[in-house]
Ligand binder design. Structure first.
Ligand SMILES: [Zn+2]
Length: 452
């Protein structure tokens, strides 16, 4: 794979650091071990930064470790043994415990449910409860078709969630909203290229630019090669593979999200939940990226149990692209029908899950999410741009600052740990098999180009 920092779309930039690429090859275990050995000090630092505060709050820590050991590790062994092998290799290479690594990978998922656990409010105490919340205006141009994939939910805790026993609070969640994704199909772009892009946003609490890396995986088994932008110690953020597919994501929260083990809720009630194998979202995304085509990626995917909501956007070089709005019991495939692009932030675009099914209310901070979506959409529906999108233009859209602190490109107040910041930008030209990755906000960072 060839990389360069100067062949960037747009003008020369140079404020931030150039992203580091870690290259691994071999079997899943060998890839993991190589990864662990190459960035061991960074993995140790990331583990400390991600878990230190949590370790100090006994009830939260024990609940998270129960989820890791009784839900996620059995989930890996049952549904994604190759991922289990890769993590085992990384644990050996970096000399860390496997359960700590799984916790690190699932950190953002676990953060989403901590408010449902006793003392979970302590975790978010530095978020201003007077933050403006409310609904943005409605979408301008996106007209969407929704394919509802119903899933039977068996006898697990989520069926109790459906009956209202362990529902999350209806109020918008106090966790920050994170990430904007987009894909542009041929008719949207100047050269009829398929482009997929994402701003990766996260709370400043977990931001250390050193942790953001490119992981290039060259498997010797039957998987495609992958270029993944992630954090040291993690197996997935967003990525592109050598089959011309890209996977990006944004966080989502619904009332269906639940804690998949016995725990105590903030009111002191004992909530019973028999653990069963499930996977957190980063592993689900990585499984999608390991497919050779859309059929591969969707085969069996919908059957893997989850306890959270989230959005994954999948696109391929042939112009097949959709976004999956996932809640624990259901998946909605959302596609554009009147415009050749799709933008996604953090609220549900399909209205089925929000209104049709009782107890599936969106818990997103709609003000921020809807504003970001509308800001990008206003740029795109302008006839001057639609049909004329270029990689430069995509960078420009994702660098937008029009909505102040709620803009697409987020910088977040330095003294506010809960403020959300854009920590990386990725753009994949799937027609040309080119990846552009920027560490830090796209408005000012160094964009590195890689060819797969
Ligand atoms: Zn910016």
């Amino acid at each position: 794979m060839a990389s360069s920092a100067s062949e960037t779309p747009g003008t020369q930039r140079g404020v931030g650091q150039t992203i580091r690429t870690v290259t691994v090859h071999g079997s899943a275990f060998e890839c993991g071990k190589m990864y662990g050995e190459q960035v061991a000090p960074l993995i140790h630092r990331n583990l400390t930064a991600s878990t230190d505060r949590l370790r100090g709050i006994e009830q939260l820590w024990s609940t998270c470790m129960a989820i890791v050991n009784e839900v996620y590790i059995p989930g890996l062994q049952k549904y994604w043994p190759r991922g289990y092998e890769e993590l085992s290799g990384m644990a050996e290479g970096a000399d860390v415990d496997l359960d700590d690594l799984v916790l690190l990978n699932a950190r953002d998922d676990l953060n989403q449910i901590l408010p449902q656990v006793a003392h979970g409010d302590i975790w978010w105490e530095d978020i201003d409860p007077d933050d403006p919340r409310g609904y943005g205006k409605f979408l301008l141009g996106q007209r969407l078709i929704v394919n509802h994939i119903w899933q039977p939910d068996g006898d697990n805790c989520s069926s109790r969630a459906r009956r209202g026993v362990v529902l999350c609070p209806v109020k918008p969640e106090r966790c920050p909203d994170e990430c904007t994704t987009a894909f542009f199909l041929g008719p949207a772009t100047q050269n009829r290229n398929v482009i997929s892009a994402q701003n990766w946003d996260k709370a400043r609490r977990f931001d250390d630019p050193d942790f953001i890396i490119n992981l290039e995986v060259q498997p010797t088994d039957d998987r495609p090669a992958m270029l993944i932008t992630t954090e040291a110690g993690m197996l997935m953020g967003s990525g592109m593979n050598s089959a011309g597919m890209a996977v990006t994501w944004s966080s989502m929260k619904s009332q269906r999200d639940f804690v998949p083990v016995d725990h105590e809720d903030p009111q002191g009630n004992k909530i019973r939940c028999k653990p069963r194998p499930m996977l957190p979202f980063p592993f689900l995304r990585r499984m999608l990226l390991e497919g050779w085509n859309m059929k591969d990626v969707m085969d069996g995917f919908t059957e893997i149990p989850r306890h959270l909501s989230g959005n994954m956007t999948v696109a391929d070089k042939h112009g097949t692209a959709f976004t999956l709005e996932i809640i624990p019991n259901e998946i909605y495939r959302v596609e554009p029908i009147t415009v050749p692009f799709l933008l996604h932030t953090n609220h549900f675009l399909n209205h089925h899950s929000t209104y049709r099914i009782p107890g599936t209310a969106d818990r997103t901070n709609m003000l921020d999410s809807a504003r970001r979506l509308n800001a990008a959409e206003e740029e795109l529906v302008c006839p001057k741009f639609l049909g004329n999108v270029t990689p430069d233009r995509v960078v420009e859209i994702f660098s937008g600052h029009r909505q102040g602190p709620l803009s697409l490109c987020k910088h977040g107040r330095e003294d506010d740990l809960s403020a959300v910041k854009t920590v990386a930008f990725v753009m994949y030209n799937l027609t040309k098999m080119e990846a552009f990755v920027c560490k830090g906000p796209p408005c000012s960072g160094v964009i590195t180009k890689s060819d797969l």
